[in-house]
Write a protein that binds this ligand. Structure first.
Ligand SMILES: [Mg+2]
Length: 281
């Protein structure tokens, strides 16, 4: 995988070749560093301003795609008029769309039972954070320091969740120091984006638009794999050979620099699409 800043010219040639850009980005670990506790994450002011510029520029369609709940991500990003794909696509909200999966709604009862059982079995463990996100549950163990505790968590989790997984009532996946318990829907970041590309984006963003995607975790790697080759896929973090992204940057700080270049490039493009009144006042 190539370092994006060693190939800025190639990337910007690709950007220039497209009048419209669909810019989809993950949140945690991509726009903001991963914190010890998810509640501590905030969107840095400069990043907020860059995203706001994208949201007001007609050459771009901006979307945030995250494992967080819709309520949380809207509060954290706080930019109106953009697309929010929350809970890995189970909840969507944006211009002309408001959706939550009916299969996911059906699973809520079972999720609640699982949440209560996990809470009873694990709440005494120091550093654990069990997060009820409505349609999904996240079990964060980043702050759990004792190795024995991590082992206990994995074993307990498996004991409680596995019977639901075997009966296809719930599904279990992993991220960075987090387990995600989700409804058994086939919906994930990759399938959500594929659905959006076919059914959602406005006509002027169909066909010719370039999809730029940024992300740092396992669910994002699924996106790189599903959509690789056709789009500009950027991995955030230390690159590995297994990821199908086109380029990488090292950190959210470098994401900011990349987005600044991307924005400036399109502004300098002079293709006449930018002066249609959607820009910052
Ligand atoms: Mg992430």
């Amino acid at each position: 995988m190539k370092y994006a800043f060693d190939h800025t010219h190639t990337i910007m040639d690709l950007v220039r070749a497209h009048r419209k850009i669909i810019l989809l980005t993950d949140f945690d670990g991509t726009l903001t560093p991963i914190r010890e506790h998810p509640d501590l994450a905030v969107l840095p002011g400069e990043m907020y301003r860059i995203l706001q510029n994208f949201s007001r520029n007609k050459a771009f369609f901006l979307g945030i795609i995250t494992g967080r709940s819709l309520r949380q991500i809207k509060k954290l990003v706080n930019i109106p008029g953009i697309l929010y794909a929350a809970n890995h696509g189970i909840e969507l909200e944006g211009p002309g769309i408001r959706f939550s999966s009916s299969e996911a709604k059906k699973a809520r009862c079972n999720l609640w039972h699982v949440y209560m059982r996990l809470f009873k079995s694990l709440h005494h463990i120091e550093g654990i954070y069990l997060e009820d996100k409505g349609y999904t549950i996240s079990l964060h163990y980043r702050s759990v320091k004792k190795a024995g505790d991590v082992e206990f968590i994995t074993k307990t989790l498996s004991g409680i969740v596995q019977p639901y997984v075997e009966r296809d009532i719930l599904s279990l996946s992993t991220g960075k120091m987090v387990y995600e318990i989700r409804p058994p829907v086939k919906w994930n970041k990759a399938t959500t984006i594929q659905w959006l590309l076919t059914n959602y984006f406005p006509l002027e963003f169909n066909g010719d638009a370039l999809l730029v995607y940024l992300g740092d975790d396992q669910a994002d790697i699924e996106v790189f794999t599903a959509l690789s080759g056709k789009r500009l896929m950027i991995f955030v973090g230390t690159p590995s050979d297994t990821s199908a992204a086109d380029y990488f940057v090292n950190s959210p700080e470098e994401v900011k620099a990349f987005l600044e270049i991307l924005y400036t490039q399109k502004e300098e493009d002079g293709n006449g699409t930018l002066s249609e009144g959607k820009r910052a006042i």
